[in-house]
Design a protein around this ligand. Structure first.
Ligand code: SAH
Length: 246
């Protein structure tokens, strides 16, 4: 019997930001595959097998999940946030592309989730109200020169920029370099938001400007939003108007 594989995201952290469809998909699975801390967000169901792994081994984890599904198991691969945003869904399809042709016949589907960028924006108001883009600052899987080129293009096009993976212990310098590059294009007064643990009870926001932004405020659980030229403050909220109203 051929099994199935669903790739889900737990949302940013708070249990009620996990969608009901995701909860149902997890409840129906015989096997859960994922990075340990994400699996820890999922309630334990008796009889279900959990395969926790290291965060870096995305492709190995994807192949393992596909092999389980091919053996007839009902597998849920668990990511944080949305599974398609800098997460496991793309790794699964990459593994399918390079892997056993039998995997093409598997019932594979993706459940959408609340990505960090949306939870972070909601903590501060509506900074993503106009055109925006998302860039991961991790250069584990792409070159730093590619990231620089995208940052510059996004700044020149006046997008609001959501920065995922702004910093980690192994990558302490990227965010400072990104700010320096953005300062060559965007004004120093451009709003910059550091949102840590968005969509959780511990959410913390630091609102500053590009001129004053200190990269040391970011860690692995921080999403950084750099405004567009129109992004502004009203009361205690930050927002980007949808356009110029007549
Ligand atoms: N698939 C995830 C993103 C994985 S990349 C999603 O859709 O959210 C991991 C990065 O996401 C982190 O380094 C951080 O920049 C961001 N992130 C994830 N959860 C977050 C949260 N609750 N608050 C702020 N940033 C978060």
């Amino acid at each position: 019997m051929i099994g199935s594989l669903v790739i889900v995201g737990t949302g940013p952290g708070k249990a009620d930001l996990m969608t009901p469809a995701t909860k149902a998909a997890i409840a129906q699975a015989t096997d859960l595959v994922g990075y340990g801390p994400y699996l820890a967000r999922v309630p334990v169901i008796q009889g279900q097998c959990r395969h926790a792994s290291d965060n870096r081994l995305e492709l190995d984890r994807a192949r393992h999940a596909l092999a389980l599904a091919a053996a007839g198991r009902k597998v849920a691969v668990v990511s944080g946030g949305d599974p398609g945003v800098f997460a496991m869904a793309a790794a699964v399809f990459e593994a399918v592309e390079a892997g056993d042709p039998v995997w093409h016949a598997l019932d594979i589907r993706v459940e959408p989730g609340v990505t960090a960028m949306l939870a972070a924006a909601a903590e501060v108001g509506a900074p993503l109200g106009s055109d925006f883009c998302a860039i991961s600052l991790s250069d584990n899987l792409k070159s730093w020169s590619t990231i620089e080129r995208r940052l510059k293009a996004a700044a020149e096009a006046d997008f609001v920029i959501a920065l995922y993976n702004p910093a980690s212990k192994a990558r302490p310098r990227q965010l400072g370099e990104a700010f320096a590059l953005l300062r060559t294009v965007k004004r120093g007064e451009t709003p910059v938001l550091f949102v840590r643990a968005a969509g959780t009870a511990e959410a913390r926001v630091i609102a500053t400007t590009l001129g004053g932004a200190d990269a040391a405020h970011a860690d692995m659980r921080t999403l950084v939003i750099v405004g567009a030229s129109t992004t502004r403050q009203v009361g205690r909220w930050i927002y980007t108007p949808r356009g110029a109203r007549p």
